[in-house]
Design a binder for this molecule. Structure first.
Ligand code: NAP
Length: 311
């Protein structure tokens, strides 16, 4: 089967598109014919060697951990998914990835795609939307009426986070570049801050929660200044000294998204209810995987990047 993989860590030139053996199917797994695979920053971070010292992977490794496709085969213990069903998954990152014609994945991570989405669009959802969902509902304990600041709102995670926060009934203040103002307001943000020309600390105070995705610019520690005592701060990348948050009685967590089919079911319901729209920056062919990584590495994508595995 065709797949995009690496044999050694490094830049996008290390990506190889070629034939690899198809996976076998374990008793608790389903074999999925992949239609689309999402691109996420973790893909090129792992490609660069971000997890190399932790020995998470044995090379060669197929990259990519989002997929949508059709169930072709079920392991003998799998009863909750049907052959021929359209499904999507955020697959565990310690396993072989999804830039691949076929994947085998534990059924506990797999859910039906939203009825209102085609398979390719569905591939844009699992990892980024699960991250936003878990970070807001668990990490930030967000509830109706809360006031939340979402940094990096125009990216993959941010664009889902703004919509999920609105669906939860929160008042949303969102930051991005000026060129993305209309996009972010269109997602439902109540207020927009252009982080390049405006200082969020002068414009917001007394917040219930802050979500920092891309980070940089000391965004995580600076966000401590705008959260009320007892509030929540979640970072998806940058770390701060927990004591800084404790001193202000702020619940701080560096969140790591976990694969979870129940979360995907909740997200599917919001998509089918029209409360989350999926925004795709660009679709690439598998042969264009290097270009797709270069766009993701630019950190300038608006919404999601996906690979169409059928082209
Ligand atoms: N911990 C976890 O479990 C987890 C899970 C998923 C993602 N992440 C991390 O979360 C981050 C976001 O992921 P993503 O998929 O949303 O990435 P993404 O789609 O590549 O994010 C792109 C967005 O980042 C914004 N941005 C880039 N540089 C910025 C800067 N210096 N200051 C403020 N905003 C900046 C851009 O906004 P403008 O173009 O509007 O400036 C762009 O829209 C990544 O760092 C990723 O590694 C972590």
């Amino acid at each position: 089967m065709r797949a995009a993989y690496i044999k050694e860590y490094g830049n996008e030139e290390k990506l190889i598109v070629g034939d690899v053996p198809a996976p076998s199917v374990g008793d608790n797994q389903v074999l999925i014919k992949v239609k689309g695979a999402g691109i996420n920053p973790i893909d090129w971070l792992i490609r660069d060697g971000f997890l190399a010292e932790q020995n998470v992977h044995t090379l060669p490794i197929i990259l990519g951990w989002d997929a949508a496709g059709i169930v072709l085969q079920r392991g003998r213990n799998v009863t909750d998914l049907d052959i021929g069903q359209a499904v999507y998954v955020y697959a565990p990152i310690h396993e072989q990835g999804t830039y691949s014609e076929y994947i085998s994945v534990d059924s506990q991570y797999v859910a039906a795609i939203p009825q209102s989405l085609d398979l390719l669009t569905a591939a844009a959802v699992p990892l980024a939307a699960s991250t936003a969902w878990q970070a807001l509902t668990q990490g930030c304990q967000l509830k109706s009426g809360d006031k939340v600041l979402i940094h990096n709102a125009s990216g993959g995670v941010g664009s889902f986070a703004v919509q999920i926060a609105k669906a939860l009934g929160a008042y949303v203040i969102a930051t991005a570049s000026a060129k993305n103002r209309d996009f972010v307001i269109g997602l439902g943000a109540d207020e927009f801050i252009d982080y390049r020309t405006q200082n969020f600390e002068q414009l917001t105070q007394n917040l219930d929660a802050v979500l920092v995705a891309v980070g940089g610019d000391d965004l995580v520690s600076r966000s401590l200044n705008v959260i009320k005592a007892g509030g929540y701060l979640v970072s998806l990348l940058d770390e701060i000294d927990e004591q800084l948050a404790k001193a202000k009685n702020i619940h701080y967590q560096r969140w790591m998204v976990m694969p979870n089919a129940d979360d995907l079911k909740d997200i599917s319901a919001l998509i089918d209810a029209g409360q989350i729209k999926v925004h795709i920056d660009r679709v690439f062919k598998l042969d264009q995987i290097k270009e797709a990584h270069i766009l993701s590495q630019s950190k300038r994508a608006r919404g999601k990047i996906i690979i169409n595995m059928s082209t």
